[in-house]
Design a protein around this ligand. Structure first.
Ligand code: NDP
Length: 247
């Protein structure tokens, strides 16, 4: 069985069994690092399966059903159960709707929305057996605001909200909480990939006038996974410098 990462504080209880999708880079990597440093046992699923210190890193495209079933079975087997599932992996393929191909649309929906459904479906029975079950979905402010060229991405990210709220109701009896975080522009490979003009225009609309950091997003995710957050479920929480305020 997979052994926990860093040293665990005695008051923190036994190590949690954690799966993070997209744990090799960006936000997901910071989340993996934090769980591992807290002494939890962590598995990351990503296409590359690149090594992640302190975690078991499995190669798996979250948009491929059979691959996810296989990887989740291995993850849950190695962990000896599942307490926390962080659905974080995501991609963009921006294009104006007038030009967007069906392939660009379905590729993004497959990775971001089906890539949420498959791990949840594969892990749900194990989560139901956990006494401290947590699911956190990584959506985006694009889910509420839309975004020029982001019809595919916004559709996939708003789909996560309906999925999460349904799951929150279905899992509430077992005390598993299900929440959504909505980052704005965050400084990662994905966040840096936008054309500079688009980035600057977006940042001008952010009340705090800067991009967020992976640490700022990961701390919200780990808080929602913590015991302190046990009365929060079905919530959609922005971490966006105020850009979606009032929406
Ligand atoms: P990055 O591009 O930096 O990292 C994405 C991670 O997901 C990598 O580990 C990547 O690994 C993995 N991944 C991507 N596609 C797949 C796939 N099909 N199957 C398995 N793993 C996959 O992204 P961020 O850290 O910036 O984003 C994380 C989440 O936050 C995403 O859902 C994104 O939509 C969301 N978000 C990001 C924002 C930003 O500005 N950065 C803003 C709002 C939301 P590999 O390449 O090896 O597969």
């Amino acid at each position: 069985m997979l052994s926990p990462g860093g040293t665990r504080a005695p008051e923190a209880g036994p190590a949690r069994k954690v799966v993070v999708t997209g744990g090799t880079r960006g936000i997901g990597r910071e989340v993996v690092d934090r769980f591992a440093a807290a002494g939890d046992s962590v598995v990351s699923l990503s296409r590359s399966g690149a090594p992640v210190e302190g975690a078991l890193s499995l190669a798996c495209d979250v948009g491929e059903h059979a691959a996810v079933e296989e990887a989740m079975a291995q993850a849950v087997g190695e962990l000896g159960g599942l307490d926390v599932l962080v659905v974080n992996a995501g991609i963009v393929r921006d294009n104006l709707m007038a030009r967007m191909t069906a392939e660009e649309f379905t590729t993004v929906v497959q990775a971001n929305l089906m890539g949420a459904f498959y791990p949840v479906r594969a892990g749900i029975r194990s989560l139901l057996r956990s006494t401290r079950g947590r699911v956190v979905f990584c959506s985006s402010t694009a889910a509420l605001l839309g975004g020029v060229g982001q019809g595919n991405y916004a559709a996939s990210k708003s789909g996560l909200i309906g999925l999460a709220r349904t799951l929150a109701r279905e899992l509430a009896r077992g005390k598993t909480t299900v929440n959504v975080i909505m980052p704005g522009l965050i400084d990662t490979d994905m966040g840096r990939d936008f054309p500079e003009k688009v980035r600057q225009e977006f940042l001008a609309s952010v009340p705090l006038r800067r991009a967020g950091t992976v640490a700022e997003v990961a701390s919200l995710i780990t808080y929602l996974a913590s015991d302190e957050a046990r009365y929060i479920t079905g919530a959609v929480i922005p971490v966006d410098g105020g850009v979606s305020m009032g929406v």
